[in-house]
Design a protein around this ligand. Structure first.
Ligand code: DP6
Length: 418
C-alpha cells in the first residue's frame, strides 16, 4: 500500500416488490423477520440504484453522498453493513496500477460512497431496498469479498430487511431462518427473470400529502400490539409461501394473483390491527383496488394482481402485455392526468404499452370510454390528478457491475462526487 491512488467500483442494483410481505421483526438490531417473504425484482432500466464506492489511502474518513447530498454514515444500519463487509475483505492486487491492498489493510482504509436512484426518492418506492443492496454488493466487489449473493444478502438485510431480496433478479424468497445470530436469514432466488417474462408491472405513484409512518416504526408498533400479526406469521404466511412458490413455478397466474392480493390486504389489515392503527392506503388506493377487483370478477380468471407497501402507491402485475394495455386504458380512464401534465411525463418506463393501448396523446385519454364491466347508467367519475404518474416495467435482473467509467458517480482522480 503506497502512493495516493484511488480504486473505484460501480454497481447497479434493482428494487423489489413483495408479493408475500415482510412485516414484523423478531430481532430489531439484526433485522430478523417473523415470517418468510417473497418478492419480484423490478427491471433496473426503470427503477434502480447506482452506487460507486472508492478506496484510497488519502481518504481520512468514511463518507457517503445520496443523490448528490452528503449524508451521515453514523447510523447503526450503515455501521453494521460496513463492519460486516470489512470483516470479509480479501487481498486486492492491481498490477497494472501498482496497487496492492493486503487483507488487514481494509480495517484502516476509508471508503467514499456515492449513490443515486433513477426514480424520485420522494415517490416512496422502496429506495432503501435497492440502496442497501447496492452498497453491500459494490463494497463486496471493491474489497474482493468471496461471499456469494445469498451470503451478501444476509449483510444487506442488516441495512434494511427488504434489501436482502434485491441481491437477485426474478422471484426471490427471504428465508426467515432460525438462528439467533441471523446467519440463516437470507435471500435465495426461486426463478430468474426469464422464467415468467410475460408479466408486466404498472406502478401507480399516488399523490399524497400525508406523512407516512416509516416501515421500521410501523412494524415495531405492530409487533408490540397486534394479535393478528401473530396469527398471520404462524398460521397464514407459511402455507401461503408454499402455494406462492408453486404458482410461480407453474406460471399459474390465477393462483399468483389471488395470493398476492390476499397477502397485501392482510398486511394492511395487520396495520389497522396495530395500536394506534396505521393507514398506508388512501382513497385513491382503494379506488384502484376496486377497479381491478371489478375487472377480475367480470373475466373468467384474474387479469391483474395488486399489491401495496407502506404507502398509497399501487403495484399492479398484469398477466401479459395484452392485459397490461387493457389495464392502462382502465387506469387512464379512472385517473387521467391533471390538465397541465403531458402524456410523456405521465406514463414513464416502458412507454410501448401506451402504444399497445392505442393512446398517443391526451386527446385519446379524454376520449376513453368507461370500461365495459362498469354497467352503471351514469359513467363513473374520472379522478383527475389523483395519480402523479405511472411507471410501466417488468420483472428484472439482479445486481451488476458497471465497467463504463462514464457511469461512475465519483471522480476517479479526487474520489469526490462528479
Ligand atoms: C411493506 O425493509 O423498509 O415493504 O427492515 O425496517 O428497513 P426495515 O423495513 P423495510 O420494510 C419493508 C416492508 C414492506 C414489505 C416488504 O417489502 O416485504
Amino acid at each position: 500500500m503506497a502512493g495516493d491512488w484511488i480504486r473505484t467500483v460501480t454497481a447497479q442494483t434493482p428494487t423489489n416488490i413483495a408479493v408475500i410481505k415482510y412485516w414484523g421483526k423478531r430481532d430489531e438490531n439484526l433485522i430478523l423477520p417473523v415470517n418468510d417473504s417473497i418478492s419480484v425484482t423490478l427491471d433496473p432500466a426503470h427503477l434502480c440504484t447506482t452506487t460507486t464506492v472508492a478506496v484510497s489511502p488519502g481518504f481520512d474518513q468514511d463518507r457517503m453522498w445520496l443523490n448528490g447530498k452528503e449524508i451521515s454514515l453514523s447510523g447503526g444500519r450503515y455501521q453494521n453493513c460496513l463492519r460486516e463487509i470489512r470483516a470479509r475483505a480479501a487481498e486486492v492486487e492491481d498490477k497494472e496500477r501498482g496497487i496492492k491492498i493486503a487483507k488487514d489493510d481494509w480495517q484502516k482504509l476509508h471508503v467514499h460512497i456515492a449513490s443515486y436512484n433513477n426514480f424520485p426518492t420522494a415517490a416512496g418506492l422502496a429506495s432503501s431496498a435497492a440502496g442497501f443492496a447496492c452498497l453491500v454488493f459494490a463494497l463486496a466487489k471493491l474489497m474482493n469479498a468471496k461471499e456469494d449473493h445469498s451470503q451478501l444478502s444476509a449483510i444487506a438485510r442488516q441495512g434494511s430487511g427488504s434489501a436482502c431480496r434485491s441481491l437477485y433478479g426474478g422471484f426471490v424468497k427471504w428465508i426467515m431462518g432460525k438462528e439467533e445470530n441471523g446467519s440463516d436469514s437470507l435471500a435465495v432466488q426461486l426463478v430468474d427473470e426469464k422464467h415468467w417474462d410475460d408479466l408486466v408491472i404498472i406502478i401507480a405513484v399516488v399523490s399524497s400529502r400525508q406523512k407516512e409512518t416509516s416501515s421500521t416504526t410501523g412494524m415495531r408498533d405492530t409487533v408490540e400490539t397486534s394479535l393478528l400479526l401473530q396469527h398471520r406469521a404462524k398460521e397464514v404466511v407459511p402455507k401461503r409461501v408454499v402455494k406462492m412458490e408453486d404458482a410461480i413455478q407453474k406460471h399459474d397466474f390465477a393462483s399468483f394473483a389471488q395470493l398476492t392480493c390476499a397477502d397485501s390486504n392482510q398486511f394492511h389489515a395487520v396495520c389497522l390491527d396495530t395500536c394506534p392503527p396505521i393507514f398506508y392506503m388512501n382513497d385513491t388506493s382503494h379506488r384502484i383496488i376496486s377497479c381491478v377487483e371489478k375487472w377480475n370478477r367480470s373475466e373468467e380468471t384474474p387479469q391483474v394482481a395488486y399489491t401495496f407497501d407502506a404507502g398509497p402507491n399501487a403495484v399492479l402485475i398484469a398477466r401479459n402485455r395484452k392485459t397490461a394495455a387493457l389495464l392502462l386504458q382502465r387506469l387512464l380512464y379512472f385517473f387521467p392526468p391533471s390538465s397541465d401534465t403531458d402524456m410523456s411525463s405521465y406514463v414513464l418506463g416502458d412507454k410501448s404499452i401506451l402504444k399497445d393501448a392505442g393512446i398517443q396523446g391526451i386527446n385519446d385519454v379524454e376520449a376513453l370510454p368507461p370500461p365495459p364491466e362498469i354497467k352503471d347508467n351514469v359513467p363513473p367519475p374520472r379522478n383527475r390528478g389523483e395519480v402523479s404518474y405511472f411507471i410501466c416495467t417488468r420483472p428484472g435482473r439482479g445486481p451488476v457491475l458497471l465497467s463504463d467509467e462514464s457511469l461512475a458517480l465519483l471522480d476517479p482522480s479526487t474520489g469526490l462526487p462528479k
